[in-house]
Design a protein around this ligand. Sequence first.
Ligand SMILES: *Cc1c(COP(=O)(O)O)cnc(C)c1O
Length: 348
Amino acid sequence: MQNMNLDTLVRRNVRDLKPYSSARDDFQGVAQVYLDANENPNPSAYNRYPDPLQRELKKRIGLIKGVEPKNIFLGNGSDEPIDLLFRAFCEPGIDNVVIPQPTYGMYAVSANINNVKIKSSLLTEDFDLDVNATITTIDSNSKLLFLCSPNNPSGNLLSRQKVVDLLKVFSGLVILDEAYIDFAGTESYTTMLQEYQNLVVLQTLSKAWGLAAIRLGMCFAHEGVIDILNKIKPPYNISILTQQVALAQLDHEPRKNQWVTEIVRERNQISAALAALPVVLHVFPSDANFLLVKVRNAKEVYQKLIRAGIVVRDRSSVILCDDCLRITIGTPEENQKLLSALNAINGL
Ligand SMILES: *Cc1c(COP(=O)(O)O)cnc(C)c1O
């Protein structure tokens, strides 16, 4: 959709909502005495509420990502914008969302929590989009389409042309989850935000930036979408601790890039080494920091790795992922331990 009508897309109760107005919303200037928020006046680093709109952090992220602050929403992990998108746009029991499978499980969980019907389509055997199958799945109540590129658990990028095809035909919001974009070496879809008003890009500090513990998810979208998310979010959703740590760590972009280079190099080596092992049947191509690996008898291999002190993710019950394990790329030492443990497995 080049032009979308947000007023008809958003839930009526959200459109008509008068949002909570916090003390920090009502007064934004600088004062000598703050007696407006029932805070404890005794100074400590933490006695004041944080900026509800995280302006300084958004400015910093905006510079790194090439996105205007007005097009940025920050959440308590990516999970928060995912949940808020359901709450803003999907009428429980009436609307539905379209999810090409297999993909990240949180979209379906969030749909279920919000009592929103899921319409699943299937990715192809090599985990790319099937545009026709996806379009067939869409109906007039489909509000969100979830795409993950690079996809979890398969690791591959979706074809850009197919994503664009769907952006053009879908009248709801296309949520494009780029949690693993740093490892892919391709341009982010944020460059298409001007062209496609229905595009919502999700990124996170949890993977390449090494900051999973601070919980900071980023959502890039049309200003109208961002305004709606701001309207319904908990007022102080990002703590001062998270804002401060994020600001400090974002100064270390070269270190992040160095980590990415090392992880990608390691991924390519481990991928080749795994493929040569007798227990491994197939290693799927990856643009992320993990590998989907088809083995002889995933459940047995999983247990044997546990006994060797190594935990991977058993994805063998996921559709199109029969006998597949998802293996995160670790340090070179950790990866060598994985290879030796797998090499020691015979006779499955
Ligand atoms: C890890 C991951 C995330 C990140 O979630 P956070 O809540 O930001 O930690 C988002 N999407 C996908 C597909 C992931 O694999």
